[in-house]
Design a binder for this molecule. Structure first.
Ligand code: NAD
Length: 467
C-alpha cells in the first residue's frame, strides 16, 4: 500500500507522528498513517486562511468545475477507495463501493447547487437584497461509520459557498479520507482543502482555533456538547449532526412478511452503526409475534463476516470500544427482555457480533432508551398507536423515525406528531443530497444537505439601498 500523507497547504506531508490503523475484521494493522499534531493543525489553519480571499472571490463557475473534477476523481478511484473503506471500517465491499459512488454524487449535486441572491423588497423607497457570504475556514469533523459519505455532506457545500476547509476523519478510519485528499490535491488551489488525521486528540484544538470560523461536526451527542462549548467564546458558527435513537412504529395493518426485511435492513445496515438506523421498533400487539419471528429468521440467515469476503452482509463493529459497548447492550437485553436471535460474538478474532433480536422488552431499559449503535434491536409491543408515539417521543434524541402502515393518511397524521428532524413513511433512513437533514432535540443543531445545508456555510448579508 502506498504511504498515506496529510494534505496541508497543497503539499502531501507527514505528520508530527504516526499511528496504526486496525482492520476490525482481523484486529491486525491495515497501515501506518501520519498523525497530525498541534503544529500541523496550525499550518493547515494558516494555509486555509491564506487561501480564503482568492477562493471566496473566485467565480462560482471555477468552484463548480473543481467540485465536478473531485467527483470524477472519486469515481475514477472507486475500487481503491472502497477497498480502503472496507479494510479500515469493516463494511461489506459492496456497501463501501456504494458509499464511494454516493460521495461522488453528493459532490456533483453541490457542483450544480445555487446560492441565489434574492430581493425581499423593490420599491417603497428601498431595494433590499439578501446575499450569502462565505464564512472563512470551516472545520469538517467526521465520525467513523461513514467516513466518505459524511465528509461529502460538508466539504462540497462549504467549498461551493466559497469557504476553505480543514477535513478531519475519525482516528480509527482516516485512510480513505487521506487518500481522497491525495486524489484531489491538484484540483484545487493550495490550502483550499486540507486533510489532517489525529488520534482523537485534535478536536478540541480545532474547535477553539482562532483561524477557524465554523465547525461542521458529525458525531456523538456527548462530543457535540463539547464542540458547542468550545465554539462559544468566539461565537463560531456550528452545525451539529449528533446521535439518534430512531423509533419505527409498525401499525396493525402491515404485512409482517413484507415489512420485516425493510426494517431489518434499516436496523442492521452497516452493522447498525448508522445515526439514522431504526434503533427501537414499536410493533402493534396483533402482529407482534409474527414480526418478531420474521426479524429473527432474517437475523439467523444473515451472513456475518469479513467485508472483503463475497456474500458478507454484515461486517464487524468498527472498533473495540464500540464492540464492547454493544456486547454490554446485549447483556441489558438479556436481562430485560428475551433474545430470540444472535446474542453473541461469532469468533475470537475480529469485532463480529451476530444480528441480535430482543423481544418482550420495555421502555426504561438501557437498550431501548439509549443509542446502541450496533447490531442489536429491541422490539417493543404496543396496543395504542398514540401511546406508542408518546413513548417514541420520550427520548432526548430526535434524529429520524418511521411509521409503517398500509394507510398512508393515518401514518401521516401520526408522523406529524413525531419529534424528529425526519419521519419516513413505509421506509427508513433514506437520504439524498437535495433533501435537508436535521436533528431535533439532542440530535443536533442546524441542517446539512439541500438549500438549508448549503446556507449553513454562509453568513446572511442584507444590502438595503435607499431609492
Ligand atoms: P465521536 O463524537 O466520538 O467522534 C466524532 C468525531 O469527533 C471524530 O472525528 C473525533 O475525533 C472528533 N472529536 C473527538 N473529540 C472532539 C472534540 N472535543 N471536539 C471536536 N471533535 C472531537 O463520535 P463517533 O463515536 O466517532 O461516532 C458515532 C456517533 O456519531 C453516534 O452517536 C452516531 O449517532 C453519530 N452520528 C451522527 C450522524 C448524524 O448525521 N446525525 C451521522 C453519523 C454518526
Amino acid at each position: 500500500m502506498e504511504p498515506f500523507k496529510l494534505l496541508i497547504g497543497g503539499e502531501l506531508v507527514d505528520g508530527g507522528a504516526t499511528m496504526e490503523v486496525i482492520n476490525p475484521a482481523t484486529e491486525e494493522p491495515v497501515a501506518t498513517c501520519p498523525r497530525a499534531g498541534k503544529a500541523d493543525l496550525d499550518r493547515a489553519a494558516a494555509a486555509a486562511k491564506a487561501a480564503f480571499p482568492a477562493w471566496s472571490a473566485s467565480p462560482v463557475e471555477t468552484r463548480r468545475q473543481a467540485l465536478g473534477a473531485m467527483a470524477d476523481a472519486i469515481e475514477a478511484n472507486a475500487t481503491e477507495l472502497a477497498r480502503l473503506l472496507t479494510l479500515e471500517q469493516g463494511k461489506p465491499l459492496q456497501d463501501a463501493t456504494a458509499e464511494v459512488y454516493g460521495a461522488a454524487a453528493f459532490f456533483r449535486y453541490f457542483a450544480s447547487a445555487e446560492l441565489p441572491e434574492t430581493r425581499v423588497q423593490e420599491g417603497g423607497r428601498s431595494r433590499v437584497e439578501i446575499r450569502r457570504r462565505p464564512l472563512g475556514v470551516v472545520a469538517a469533523i467526521v465520525p467513523w461509520n461513514f467516513p466518505l459519505i459524511l465528509m461529502s455532506f460538508k466539504v462540497p457545500a462549504a467549498l461551493l459557498a466559497g469557504n476553505t476547509v480543514i477535513l478531519k476523519p475519525a482516528a480509527t478510519t482516516p485512510l480513505a479520507t487521506l487518500r481522497f485528499g491525495e486524489l484531489v490535491k491538484d484540483l484545487l488551489p493550495a490550502g483550499v482543502l486540507n486533510v489532517i488525521a489525529d488520534a482523537n486528540d485534535l478536536g478540541a484544538e480545532l474547535t477553539k482555533h482562532p483561524d477557524i470560523a465554523k465547525i461542521s461536526f458529525t458525531g456523538s451527542t456527548a462530543t457535540g456538547r463539547r464542540v458547542m462549548a468550545g465554539a462559544a467564546d468566539a461565537l463560531k458558527r456550528i452545525t451539529l449532526e449528533l446521535g439518534g435513537n430512531d423509533a419505527a412504529i409498525v401499525l396493525d395493518d402491515v404485512d409482517p412478511k413484507e415489512t420485516a426485511p425493510k426494517i431489518f435492513q434499516a436496523a442492521f445496515y452497516n452493522a447498525g452503526q448508522v445515526c439514522i438506523a431504526a434503533k427501537r421498533i414499536y410493533v402493534h400487539e396483533s402482529i407482534y409475534d409474527a414480526m418478531c419471528d420474521e426479524l429473527a429468521s432474517l437475523a439467523d440467515a444473515a451472513v456475518v463476516g469479513d467485508g472483503l469476503e463475497q456474500g458478507t452482509q454484515i461486517g464487524p463493529l468498527q472498533n473495540r470500544a464500540q464492540f464492547e459497548k454493544v456486547l454490554d447492550y446485549i447483556e441489558d437485553g438479556r436481562k430485560n427482555g428475551r433474545i430470540i436471535a444472535g446474542g453473541e460474538r461469532t469468533s475470537d478474532r475480529g469485532y463480529f457480533i451476530r444480528p441480535t433480536i430482543v423481544r418482550d422488552i420495555e421502555d426504561g431499559s438501557r437498550l431501548v432508551d439509549e443509542e446502541q449503535f450496533g447490531p442489536v434491536l429491541p422490539i417493543i409491543s404496543f396496543n395504542d398507536a398514540d401511546d406508542a408515539m408518546t413513548r417514541a417521543n420520550a427520548s432526548e434524541y430526535g434524529l429520524g423515525g418511521s411509521i409503517w402502515s398500509k394507510d398512508v393518511d393515518r401514518a401521516h397524521r401520526l408522523a406529524e406528531r413525531m419529534e424528529s428532524g425526519t419521519v419516513w413513511i413505509n421506509k427508513h433512513a433514506d437520504l439524498a443530497p437535495h433533501i435537508p437533514f436535521a436533528g431535533a432535540k439532542m440530535s443536533g443543531i442546524g441542517a446539512e444537505l439541500g438549500q438549508e445545508g448549503l446556507a449553513e456555510f454562509t453568513q446572511i448579508q442584507v444590502i438595503n439601498i435607499a431609492q
